[in-house]
Design a binder for this molecule. Structure first.
Ligand SMILES: Cc1cc2nc3c(=O)[nH]c(=O)nc-3n(C[C@H](O)[C@H](O)[C@H](O)COP(=O)(O)OP(=O)(O)OC[C@H]3O[C@@H](n4cnc5c(N)ncnc54)[C@H](O)[C@@H]3O)c2cc1C
Length: 421
């Protein structure tokens, strides 16, 4: 497909406004919130929440409009820029602060799962809470368990249907869940929990369930103390005979799922949408570090001569140019995966490429930034050491760098997950 590398003017302007949010509600609070791990970023949440609520309302209105179903022609003539807009938003907010950004009051990954697997009725019913009310609401997604990390097809959380009460009964433990506490304890939010309806059926038995705040049998366990993104809450969710309504399964309960039902494939479809945004977050942190180093080096009189042969550059100049190249490569891969998503094209390969590359790029760029700035790079007086800690998560969640590289290799070489494990 053809990719236009120019960002539309209205998105350039939107990004400028987001930059203002980042500069006024994130950067000034970044250090304090990092030091006080579980404090909430109130200025950011209060600024962003009304904006996101109105956006969510507009999305819901569109979904409810019957005319929308029939205007395929119109859609084709004007390609969507929805995900591109999200990519730029996430990049800029993460430039502001990646941990604060993760506290964005939104459906987040839960919304991506509902989008990928839910019926139209479920989308409207479940997402309405993010579009109304007087208080911010959060969403989350829970796949990971003590015995299921990278290999998330070995999920042990069970979901059994109770015909007497017409409810699903969930049992299990989900760990390291981003915004789980915000969603279930601190707002009227929801978490998409992946559980098996039949262990023998392997991946075919794994289904997404909507666990809403206030559901009986659901509690928050351990609150993690972390290396980076310390403002973001990361928790264990305990499901002890948790009861949810029959209609809170997304898609079909059938183990031999019909072609329409996405089942576990829905988890993969969710990743196709979310991995480019994790890559975008990596880009934001990487850019923050790179800009800061360049600024500091410029203050010391170090220039960056573009276009000179390699052997005429100093080691520091080479390092900076290498950092720029890494960031640009990650940006271009992310842009491709996002534009494909907006065009409705299948982007699994490109999403994994972008995620793997951006996760590695932010890790090496931030580490190099600390190195180039010497003692002050390591000091907590500047934010560079924090960016090094924050950036690494992008190489871990939503599939680690190794796992995404494996997915890329499988897809390029046309191997199954059994042939290349
Ligand atoms: C801060 C944070 C927030 C998180 N948020 C969420 C969330 O919101 N929801 C959620 O469900 N989960 C979440 N997670 C969990 C995250 O998705 C997992 O940590 C991740 O999938 C890796 O799983 P694991 O930690 O069990 O590592 P493991 O699977 O045990 O892997 C350990 C190491 O081995 C490597 N490895 C594993 N298998 C292979 C292989 N086949 N080939 C090569 N290398 C391999 C991995 O890349 C990794 O480096 C979060 C984690 C963190 C740290």
């Amino acid at each position: 497909m053809t990719i236009n590398f120019e960002i539309p003017e209205f998105l350039v302007q939107q990004t400028q406004m987001v930059k203002w949010v980042a500069e006024s509600t994130m950067r000034p609070f970044a250090r304090d919130l990092d030091e006080n791990e579980h404090a909430r970023p109130d200025a950011f949440v209060q600024t962003m929440w009304p904006i996101l609520r109105d956006q969510q309302k507009a999305t819901l209105d569109k979904l409810q409009r019957p005319a929308d179903e029939g205007d395929g022609e119109k859609k084709r003539s004007r390609p969507s820029t929805r995900v591109l807009g999200l990519m730029l938003l996430v990049e800029m907010l993460s430039w502001g602060d990646a941990g604060i950004y993760l506290c964005l009051p939104s459906p987040a990954l839960g919304g991506a799962a509902i989008e990928a697997v839910g019926t139209k009725e479920q989308k409207i019913r479940l997402l309405t809470r993010f579009a109304e009310g007087d208080a911010p609401v959060w969403g989350a997604m829970a796949i990971t368990e003590p015995g299921a990390g990278s290999d998330n097809s070995s999920i042990a959380t069970t979901a059994i249907f109770d015909e007497e009460t017409n409810e699903w009964v969930l049992n299990g433990e989900k760990i390291f869940i981003t915004s789980g506490k915000l969603a279930l304890e601190e707002s009227n939010g929801l978490v998409i929990v992946w559980a098996t309806v039949n262990k023998e059926a392997g991946r075919g038995g794994i289904k997404p369930f909507v666990v809403e705040a206030g559901s009986p049998g659901v509690s928050i366990g351990k609150v993690e103390i972390k290396h980076g993104i310390r403002t973001s809450d990361t928790v264990t969710i305990v499901l002890n005979n948790a009861r949810i309504p029959a209609d809170n399964i997304l898609g079909s309960a059938e183990v031999q799922a019909s072609r329409q039902d996405k089942g576990f494939k829905g988890a993969m479809a969710t990743f196709d949408a979310s991995r480019p945004l994790v890559a975008a977050s990596a880009l934001g942190v990487g850019r923050a570090a790179l800009e800061f180093v360049k600024e500091k080096l410029a203050e010391e009189g170090v220039e960056l001569p573009y276009g000179l042969p390699y052997h005429q550059l100093t080691a520091v100049q080479r390092d900076i140019l290498e950092m720029e190249a890494q960031l640009k490569a990650a940006y271009l891969l992310t842009l491709r995966s996002v534009v494909m998503l907006d065009a409705g094209e299948h982007n699994s390969l490109e999403a994994s490429m972008a995620k793997a590359k951006a996760g590695k790029a932010v890790t090496s760029i931030t580490q190099k930034a600390v190195e180039l700035l010497g003692m002050m790079g390591y000091s907590r007086e500047w934010l560079v050491e924090k960016w090094m800690r924050d950036g690494k998560i992008n190489d871990i969640f939503e599939g680690t760098g190794q796992i995404n590289t494996l997915i890329v290799a499988r897809r390029i070489l046309d191997y199954s997950r059994h042939e290349l494990a």
